[in-house]
Ligand binder design. Structure first.
Ligand code: DAT
Ligand code: MG
Length: 140
């Protein structure tokens, strides 16, 4: 299996409840390594650009408002099969469907305020990493 990099974000609902460490611990316990990390407060325009793939969906406005409403922690994770592994540790988008022990099962408040983001494929991982990080900020 290949060593991959993926993009991860701890969302405003989670930073507001001081859950950053608990979420990172779950990722690290699964064998993922944080090779870049920063806390930022994105603008509405940045949220709209980052989530442009969802433009036109009924939840787009709520989503972009929530993502720019408070600080987030953006991260690059590295490890075996990191893209899928991160998605597994996060759990299903809707916390009602998330498996026991996952980030969203334990911490998410709702389908919108679901505590974590993770890239869903190699192409989106590369795009999302490049959206938030320069090459020199990633230290493997
Ligand atoms: P994921 O974050 O699991 O990749 P997604 O890409 O389908 O899910 O959607 C991006 C985010 O948009 C998701 O984390 C929360 C929000 N969202 C998705 N579907 C929603 C819905 N039906 N109602 C409210 N928010 C939703
Ligand atoms: Mg997604």
């Amino acid at each position: 299996m290949a060593i991959e990099r993926t993009f991860s974000m701890i969302k405003p609902d989670a930073t507001a409840r001081n859950l950053t460490g608990k979420i990172v611990a779950k990722l690290e316990d699964a064998g993922l390594r944080v090779v870049a990390s920063k806390r930022i407060h994105m603008s509405l325009a940045q949220a709209e650009a980052f989530y442009a793939v969802h433009k036109g969906r009924p939840f787009y406005e709520e989503l972009t408002k929530q993502m720019s409403a408070g600080p987030v922690v953006v991260q690059v994770l590295e490890g075996e099969n990191a893209i899928l592994k991160n998605r597994e540790v996060m759990g299903a988008t809707n916390p009602a469907n998330a498996a026991e022990g996952t980030i969203r099962k334990e911490f998410a408040l709702s389908i919108g305020e679901n505590s974590a983001h993770g890239s869903d494929a190699p192409e989106t991982a590369a795009e999302e990493i490049a959206f938030w990080f320069s090459k020199t900020e990633i230290v493997g």
